[in-house]
Design a protein around this ligand. Sequence first.
Ligand SMILES: C[S@@+](CC[C@H](N)C(=O)[O-])C[C@H]1O[C@@H](n2cnc3c(N)ncnc32)[C@H](O)[C@@H]1O
Length: 329
Amino acid sequence: MNPDTAFNGYICAHVLHALERLGVFRQLHEEQVIDIPVFCRENKLDPDVFRALVRAAEGFGYLDAHADHVRATAVGTDAGRTLGFFTWGVGGYHDVFANAAPLARGERRFGLDLHRDERMVALGSAQADTALMRHILDEEIAGIDFHTLVDLGAGVSERISRLVKDRPGSHGIGIDISRPATLLAHETVERYGLRGTVEPVCADVLDILFKGHEIEGGDQADVVMSFMFLHDLLAAPERRAEVIPRLRKSFPRAHTFLLADTTIRPRSSGADSRLPVFSSGFELAHALMGVPVYTREEYEHLFEQGGMHLRRTVPFGAPHTYLFVLETS
Ligand SMILES: C[S@@+](CC[C@H](N)C(=O)[O-])C[C@H]1O[C@@H](n2cnc3c(N)ncnc32)[C@H](O)[C@@H]1O
């Protein structure tokens, strides 16, 4: 990237995130056109600010505006699939990226006086799931028997609600450490009409694995999943090798674990060396937070060491992201 594309990319990412938050892409997807005065009136927006955002997005090639009417360009239409990455990066991690220098100097510490926006991180993950991953998981889970499904680091519980809804008679527990994400998860469950069937629980999965913390119904889980969360469980080096055996022990009836995560991209110089969306942000954000991330091979080795049988590794929609399908026997 030269300085022009780097700078413009930074501004463009913020513009795309703003338009997504304002519901522009949703309306363009549903109705193909936005009437600026009507849209501003209905959404109580400052028309000058909104027009400035539209002009910026036009400059970046995402929108086409004629008089008061705005439409998406081909790039803008295509961007719909990747908006979750902007929610994640701009919405969730803007403070972390902006404070990289103070972090490097030790003047700020992630988790103490510097935080990510957990709500946006969870929302961005859910958006990426809907756009890029869900059809892959649906295909995989179609052949798996389950009655009680547990999702670890469930975020807003979108995924577990959808899977339980599609499997009449099943139950779900979505566990997440974040209160804001768990509050949103209750809204998700309501939206799916699954109150009492899917239970969002605010808890630290590490307490379940290492401190004997029990979640009601958790011992009944026959399938345990986790998405974009495994690296958080593995963060402490002294416990890393114990995480997989503890997962098996904490969910003794589970016959299948579906664990998905983004991996470190291989550093090759060949045809594969193109820098895709997300990978650079994923790797840098975790380095700034002091959370190690892993290669695909490191994950596969860890599962094998922990006594799980890897049935298959499935490319999972986002760049360098895989779904590991694991069996306990
Ligand atoms: C990247 S998000 C993924 C969310 C969701 N699995 C998805 O794919 O949409 C990681 C989630 O793990 C949660 N998390 C992090 N550490 C946790 C812990 N120790 N116990 C439970 N949840 C945790 C975060 O709050 C966040 O919602």
